[in-house]
Write a protein that binds this ligand. Structure first.
Ligand code: HEM
Length: 229
């Protein structure tokens, strides 16, 4: 058992596993390339349905929420299976969540609103699911900007860690956004909400005592990839 554990640990440490994970994270967007090409050349793609904008909006939204929940699962996985090396993947996964939310937002803003800021504002004020979606997007922005080791140094570890708890609220905003936009079948948003609830409960149940949390970090600033939650 120990042998297989260390093998998994070694696998997680490998640069190639990281490269492989990076490539795997690009698969959802790569899968859109062929139907998009077909749409561009023939004017129709069965996969993108009769409403390609709606299809792409839903597709990128779904991958945003999935990547947010996958990112939030890294720490529980690390703790439960005692795999410290998996923390190296958290930043990359979080940045992919941001990448997909940018595509999601741009699909809506460019293809649906045609770069019109007045229309964008009108929709944000009019539709509550857009309001809360924008809130989620706005929360992910500072997390993406401050995801580097340089920002950990600048903000100080405790403040940086506090700021990065925003990801839970961004995921919550995403779940509410999804719940509010579906017309009748709420099973999927409820499922994502239940997964988020389990992750939040796990975090709460395994949180460190306040005194330990406030303890100063070692003088050398670690990379964000090696930071504990
Ligand atoms: C944390 C941020 C966000 C998450 C997690 C998220 C997630 C989702 C999900 C899961 C869907 C539905 C997918 C489906 O039905 O299969 C969706 C749809 C949608 N989202 Fe988002 N979203 C976010 C932010 C935004 C933002 C910032 C906008 C634009 C301002 C936006 C606009 C839309 C629109 C227009 C739809 C389709 C609504 C419809 O079908 O009528 N979302 N989003």
């Amino acid at each position: 058992m120990r042998g297989s554990e260390s093998l998994f640990g070694k696998l997680l440490s490998s640069r190639w596993t990281k490269v492989g994970t990076f490539v795997a994270c690009l698969v959802p967007i790569a899968l859109l390339a062929r139907p998009l090409w077909m749409l561009a050349t023939t004017g129709y793609s069965p996969q993108l349905t009769a409403n390609p904008i709606e299809y792409i909006t839903h597709y990128t939204g779904t991958w945003t929420i999935r990547f947010l929940l996958i990112t939030l699962s890294v720490t529980p996985f690390r703790k439960i299976f005692n795999q410290p090396k998996i923390a190296r993947y958290r930043r990359m996964l979080g940045l992919f969540a941001f990448f997909y939310v940018c595509l999601h937002f741009l699909t809506w803003f460019v293809l649906d609103k045609f770069f019109s800021f007045p229309e964008m504002w009108a929709d944000i004020l009019k539709r509550r699911y857009i309001t809360v979606g924008m809130l989620g997007f706005a929360m992910l922005l500072p997390l993406a900007v401050t995801s580097t080791a340089g920002w950990v140094r600048r903000l100080g570890f405790v403040r940086w860690q506090r700021l990065h708890r925003l990801i839970y609220f961004a995921a919550l905003a995403g779940v509410i956004h999804y719940y509010w936009l579906v017309k009748s079948d709420v099973r999927l948003p409820l499922m994502y909400g239940a997964i988020l609830a389990v992750l939040v409960l796990y975090r709460w149940a395994t949180r460190k005592p306040a005194r330990q949390r406030a303890a100063p970090r070692p003088a050398t600033t670690p990379s964000t990839a090696s930071l504990p939650d």
